[in-house]
Design a binder for this molecule. Structure first.
Ligand code: FES
Length: 127
């Protein structure tokens, strides 16, 4: 009987936890959706801008915008500049393409993760 009670209780607790997961309000990453990043006019063509030390918004071609996380995939430093069509990490010199975030020169081996954005009425926002 005791073990049956435990079993029922565990089942209820598991169901409750699952229900909480389903109705959980938007988490931190979801809450970031729609956050304003930059005006399109502030992002140079062929360059980019680091936003709040968290994102890098680039404009590889006129009217084409990209966004990446600003955390270097090598050891986690925040990238510091965008120049020469690359996003540059100051810690060990990794460079990432402004077009797709791929590694142009290491020691990083993985691309900067992309972030989805929306561009409307001259504003760039996280999508
Ligand atoms: S942390 Fe960026 S190159 Fe090492």
């Amino acid at each position: 009987m005791e073990s049956r009670r435990k079993f029922v209780f565990r089942g209820l607790a598991g169901g409750f936890a699952a229900a909480l997961t389903l109705v959980r309000p938007a988490g931190a990453t979801e809450a970031a959706q729609g956050i304003f990043l930059a005006k399109t006019s502030s992002i140079p063509v062929g360059g980019g801008k680091i936003i709040k030390k968290k994102y890098v918004v680039t404009q590889p071609k006129k009217g084409v915008f990209r966004c990446f996380t600003a955390k270097c995939t090598h050891q986690g430093c925040t990238v510091a500049s965008v120049s020469g069509r690359t996003i540059n990490c100051p810690c060990h010199g990794s460079k990432f393409s402004i077009s797709d975030g791929r590694v142009v020169s290491g020691p990083a081996e993985r691309a900067l993760p992309k972030k989805k954005i929306s561009v409307k009425k001259g504003s760039i926002r996280l999508a």
